[in-house]
Design a protein around this ligand. Structure first.
Ligand code: AMP
Length: 198
């Protein structure tokens, strides 16, 4: 199963992608996680990405597409994967489509989590306070100013990616406003509609 979990920051992409990964035994590929790991490790990619991430902007398509290309060439991605946070631009989407076409293994479904904007900010604030409560450091981009930029980037740069997959008949809207279990059930319905599961 080759899936994309799509939606704005704070929609719950990471949570639901992790569940899909566990349920179907496919790797979760989060470009945000890959980039955060690169920043932490101080690699050249991390050094190039850090300032952009802290400002809530997009890391360059070239860097991100190369991260995904490398990850998808690993053995465990042969039987499927769930992408989270990628593609975020039309150019990334067309690069992904071309890469998968080469492999003869196109995307099966794009699951679009829809959540009202006023809820997104509250969810991200909760993610930051939950991290502090657990004694962890919150994400450096989970602050009001950066989140406002991330939402603006989403509206302009990322929302058109939904239209791209809608035109291909691969976009399935999922109500992402409910609790984690209900959203997971909504995703199952979408996967059934997409013909991915019986
Ligand atoms: P995320 O964990 O998906 O919220 O991503 C955190 C940050 O990483 C984003 O705000 C971007 O700065 C960067 N990032 C993650 N994925 C991408 C992508 N596909 N294209 C560009 N930048 C990305």
């Amino acid at each position: 199963m080759r899936l994309i979990v799509f939606g704005p920051p704070g929609a719950g992409k990471g949570t639901q992608a992790a569940r899909l990964s566990a349920e179907f035994g496919i790797p979760q590929l989060s470009t945000g996680d890959i980039l955060r790991a690169a920043v932490k490790a101080g690699t050249p990619t991390g050094l190039a990405a850090k300032a952009v991430m802290d400002a809530g902007g997009f890391v360059s398509d070239d860097i991100v597409v190369e991260c995904v290309r490398q990850r998808l060439s690993e053995k465990d991605a042969e039987l499927g994967f769930v992408l989270d946070g990628f593609p975020r631009t039309i150019s990334q989407a067309t690069a992904l489509d071309a890469l998968l076409e080469e492999k003869g293994a196109p995307i099966d479904a794009v699951l679009e989590l829809t959540v009202d904007e006023d809820r997104l900010m509250a969810r991200i604030e909760k993610r930051a306070s939950d991290a502090v409560a657990k004694g962890e450091k919150p994400r450096s981009d989970d602050n009001a100013e950066t989140v406002a930029n991330r939402l603006a980037e989403y509206r302009v740069g990322t929302a058109p990616v939904a239209d791209h997959y809608r035109e291909l008949g691969k976009l399935f809207a999922v109500n992402g406003m409910e609790d984690v279990e209900t959203v997971a059930a909504n995703i199952r319905s979408a996967l059934t509609e997409a013909g991915c599961i019986a």
